[in-house]
Write a protein that binds this ligand. Structure first.
Ligand code: AMX
Length: 461
């Protein structure tokens, strides 16, 4: 016993010594901010009048697709590039190679992705562990939020509960308190960062508590483990800590789903609300309600509902022709095929590919009927959607695969899946908020075109 305590103390001391020589996330960020501020200053002073693109009627009536009107560079989607998405220049396979994993794990973890998104740099292993420790230390939920979510009816959708819990956390916002007492604009980002890290740290405990309240009769969760990474804690708090494969899957899913350019509905909502100088809790709560829509984050729930209905209808008759018929039945009833299509991408979503590769590396997943159905649907759906002729992208998005793996591992409550997406998207949306404050970006306020006046006068329609 004594030997174990000594060796534990020694290992803690080693970690502390190593951490002492490692820069914190805040220190690393502080180093990269001035150069970006200078770039923006020059951009405004010297190039304000440069034309970046035309605004066409199709942009105005087409949900602003393709309209470059936001400043964001942590991730870029390129519909024509094979890798589809890059995080500060790194593709998903690059990230899988370069970003530190959890001890004993192989997949990217949320902390290393967060570090990359915020600073543009690949963190060292020591820096990643230090961030994991920092988040775990901030990870407990305040009692007032525990009471609030415990008091919600389990029939309230888990996403609604998550949005309510996140909004309530603004009770502790250091940004809001500092703003009330009067702070310099140049310091906004520091308080914002503090709130964002506290929010990311608390999301696993909040999301897991909602899971236990809704699906496990409020069974008590273990305490946040200070030695675990964010997602390691999340699965443990939900009650799935013993399933290492599920934990690894969620590490990958949460990391690669964290940021998808700044214009997606949830990240953009956080940006818009944040541009009013609302604190990060309020901004991200609003983002979660955008994520709760079926064309966005709710799609992972919808995919599974749709797949299970197909599985039930087809029984053992899972042939390409039967899947094709089912797809046509869905389309002819006026519904979209969930998990297919994308606002920007025009090829198979690289996140879908990464999740498929995860399945391919595990024989038990390959044997799962639900995952086999995802694969078979992938072989047929792009052809059907092309023939249908409406969608600009007949290929799968990440959600065509995401829920099926959770289902296989026993996390079968698919109404909950968007909550996991909500834990993930915080990485990108909150990074964007920190940078908006660091760069002093203004209140967002687009101008409207009036169909009845401007367009009529200009085009005579
Ligand atoms: N099935 C059937 N029709 C589809 C379709 C699909 N999977 N995807 C697009 N379409 C239709 C659209 O509804 C639209 O029809 P309309 O002209 O009658 O309105 C037409 O094709 C053109 O749409 P688009 O320009 O290709 O797509 P978009 O940018 O407007 O929308 C998206 C993108 C993702 C909302 C859409 O493809 C869709 O509804 N997919 C199914 C839901 C889904 O999987 N959402 C998840 C997205 C990823 C995420 O946020 N997690």
């Amino acid at each position: 016993m004594f030997c174990r305590t000594v060796s534990r103390l020694t290992s803690l001391r080693t970690v502390a010594q190593r951490f002492a020589s490692t820069k914190t996330l805040k220190e690393s960020l502080q180093e990269v901010i001035p150069a970006k501020q200078e770039q923006l200053k020059r951009l405004k002073a010297e190039h304000s009048q440069v034309i970046v693109g035309d605004i066409k009627v199709e942009n105005i009536v087409g949900g602003m697709r393709g309209l470059k009107s936001m400043l964001w560079e942590a991730s870029v989607l390129d519909p024509n590039e094979a890798c589809g998405i890059r995080f500060h220049g790194l593709s998903i396979p690059d990230c899988q190679q370069q970003l530190p994993a959890a001890p004993g794990g192989k997949e990217i973890i949320a902390e290393s992705m967060l570090w990359l998104l915020l600073t543009g740099e690949v963190p060292t292993e020591a820096a990643t562990r230090q961030l994991s420790r920092e988040l775990a230390e901030k990870g407990d939920l305040p009692t007032y939020v525990e009471r609030l979510v415990d008091g919600l009816s389990p029939s309230i959708h888990p996403m609604t509960q998550l949005g309510i819990g996140v909004a309530a956390l603004n009770h502790d916002s250091v940004f809001q308190k500092a703003y009330e007492t009067g702070i310099k604009k140049a310091d906004y980002w520091k308080y914002t960062l503090e709130d964002c890290l506290a929010l990311i740290a608390r999301l696993p405990a909040l999301a897991a508590r909602i899971y236990r309240n809704v699906y496990k009769h409020g069974a008590a969760a273990p305490p946040v483990n200070k030695d675990l990474d964010l997602v390691g804690n999340y699965t443990a708090l939900m009650g799935y800590g013993a399933n290492k494969d599920l934990t690894e899957y969620l590490r990958l899913y949460i990391s690669i789903h964290g940021d998808h350019e700044g214009g997606n509905a949830s990240a953009h909502t956080a940006h818009l609300v944040g541009s009013t100088l609302a604190d990060p809790y309020l901004a991200y709560s609003a983002a979660l309600f955008a994520l709760a829509g079926p064309l966005h984050g709710l799609a992972n729930q919808e995919v599974l509902r749709w797949q299970l209905a197909m599985q039930k209808e087809l029984g053992d008759n899972i042939t390409h022709q039967n899947i094709k018929d089912y797809l046509w039945k869905t389309l002819k009833s006026g519904q979209v095929v969930p998990g297919y299509g994308h606002g920007v991408l025009r090829k198979s979503d690289p996140r879908f590919i990464a999740l498929q590769e995860f399945c391919d590396s595990r024989p038990d997943l390959l044997k799962s009927p639900t995952i086999q159905l995802v694969k078979k649907t992938y072989e047929v759906a792009p052809g059907v959607l092309t023939e249908h002729g409406k969608t600009k992208n007949p290929w799968p998005n990440v959600d065509a695969a995401s829920g099926c793996v959770l289902y296989h591992y026993g996390l079968t409550e698919f109404k909950y899946y968007t909550v996991i997406f909500g834990v993930s998207r915080a990485l990108g949306a909150l990074t964007q908020l920190v940078w908006a404050r660091a760069l002093g970006l203004p209140l967002e306020r687009p101008k409207c075109a009036f169909l009845s006046k401007q367009l009529k006068l200009k085009f005579g329609i």
